[in-house]
Design a protein around this ligand. Structure first.
Ligand code: GDP
Ligand code: IMO
Ligand code: MG
Length: 429
């Protein structure tokens, strides 16, 4: 059995949580493979709204196992808060939520380093969520990190103290920032209790055994492909591999085990934090998208930057990910436009191109746009693709045609049920 993947094709917040939640019931296991509490995945169903940061978005389906994979970085404080949220909602999670022993831990001092590094950068700041993601992955690759499995070691306290003190020394190279280590350390240590109680697995063995046993697995990505550490708009990226290859490292599966790659894109585009965004609309249309799409960060509450969908950008991330199916979300946000647009090519260095330049930060890119008539109506009652307005179908089919990947689903609202199947997809939702 193969492992299917859901990931974001833009700069994050494409609606991954909603789609994972919807599709989860077709799988036995949902597994997060990278990122950490920088993610905010929103789920809406039966009048409830949940935002998940660390826990996979299959947790509200009663029969699914959810694995936090080794590629994820975990802040015990955030995790404990999320678990409390599940408990308050009466979700029976204890036997269904597993964590990989090799997942790395975010310490309070990782967050301080994140904050100090960002404030020292001044105007050049990344716009990090300040959850300690960068410093934790730095410690992982620097071979200094602490992992979930380490909390069972008899010398864990010593290991913690050593890493914390290293961080406190490092903090001295930055202009001072405010923090209350004593209080946060006590809270962090108390929250380790949550991890102690959780089912811990050697994730790579677990996943491969389950695959062998014929179980269906869905890998859930965080962030978006344009925030990938290698292929994103560096340095304005996150610190993990958000693309399909991240599944192999983040769960311990071989490349040939990857099955369907379901790429999610909004019908327009957003970005939160600093960095290049060629089709950004710094005008009333952008403002309208932000308002209509409720484009405010699920983790930080920051307003998201908004713009038109960007075809060369999507062609790039589809290439990197080997996308086999597309899901277009938030088409309803465009309902009121007389004309909707799509960036179709880039002009830079005096030439027209479909490729992203090496350096998007310093290269002045002028996108060229194609305009499409809007549909100017509400899509609330549309439950079948054929009944979408002709203009919306024309826009979607243009996207499909340009991206050369079939659109299998179109999302028309935040609620779980607001999802239209376009084709009898390989995923029989
Ligand atoms: P994720 O990080 O990719 O899971 O996405 P977020 O949860 O950060 O952001 C997506 C936002 O759009 C959330 O507020 C969702 O409830 C909402 N959403 C998802 N799909 C749709 C849709 O089709 N239409 C509208 N209007 N909102 C949607
Ligand atoms: P989900 O999973 C949108 C952005 C931050 C910042 C950059 C680096 O909800 O789609 P970091 O905290 O990783 O050091 O921030 O990446 N970023 C996200 N943007 N959605 C996310 O996650 C993001 N996670 C990180 O805003 O620009
Ligand atoms: Mg999000």
């Amino acid at each position: 059995m193969a492992i299917d993947v859901i990931l974001g094709l833009q700069w994050g917040d494409e609606g991954k949580g909603k789609i994972v939640d919807y599709l989860a019931r077709q799988y036995d296991i949902v597994a997060r493979f990278q990122g950490g509490p920088n993610a905010g995945h929103t789920l809406k169903f039966d009048g409830n709204k949940f935002v998940l940061h660390t826990i996979p978005s299959g947790i509200f389906r009663p029969d699914q196992i959810n694995l936090i994979g080794n590629g994820v970085v975990i802040d015990p404080i955030t995790l404990s808060k999320e678990i409390k949220l599940l408990e308050d909602a009466g979700v029976d999670y204890q036997e269904r939520l597993f964590v990989a022993r090799k997942a790395h831990l975010i310490l309070p001092t990782h967050r301080y380093l994140d904050a100090a590094s960002e404030s020292a950068k001044g105007k050049a700041k990344i716009g990090s969520t300040l959850k300690g993601i960068g410093p934790t992955y730095m410690d992982k690759t620097g071979r200094n990190g602490l992992r979930v499995g380490d909390i069972e070691l008899s010398n864990f306290d010593e290991l913690y103290e050593a890493l914390k003190n290293k961080h406190l020394d490092l903090l001295k190279i930055y202009p001072p920032i405010d923090f209350n280590l004593e209080e946060e350390e006590a809270q962090w240590k108390a929250c380790l209790g949550t991890l102690r109680k959780m089912i811990k697995v050697d994730g790579e063995y677990y996943i491969n055994e389950q695959l062998k046993a014929g179980k269906k697995i869905l890998a859930e990505g965080a962030q978006g492909s344009m925030l990938d550490i290698d292929f994103g708009t560096y340095p304005y990226v996150t610190s993990s591999n958000t693309v399909t290859s991240g599944v192999c490292n983040g769960l311990g599966v071989a490349p040939h085990q990857i099955g369907e790659v379901i790429g999610i894109t909004k019908a327009y585009c957003t970005r939160v934090g600093s960095g290049p965004f060629p089709t950004e609309l710094d005008n009333e249309d952008g403002e309208f998208l932000r308002k209509e799409g409720a484009e405010f960060g699920a983790t930080t509450g920051r307003p998201r930057r908004c713009g038109w969908i960007d075809i060369p950008q999507l062609q790039y991330t589809i290439m990197l990910n080997g996308v086999t199916q597309l899901v277009v979300t938030k088409i309803d946000v465009l309902n009121q436009f007389s004309n909707v647009q799509a960036g179709v090519a880039y002009e830079y260095n005096g030439q027209l191109s479909n490729q992203l330049p090496y350096d998007m930060n310093y290269t002045k890119i002028k996108p060229s746009y194609q305009s499409f008539p809007g549909w100017k109506c509400n899509l609330d009652d549309v439950v079948e693709y054929d009944f979408l307005p002709a203009e919306a179908k024309y826009f979607l089919e243009f996207i499909e045609d340009k991206l050369e990947v079939p659109i299998t689903m179109v999302s028309t609202g935040p609620e779980r049920k607001k999802l239209i199947k376009k084709t009898a997809s390989v995923i029989n939702a």
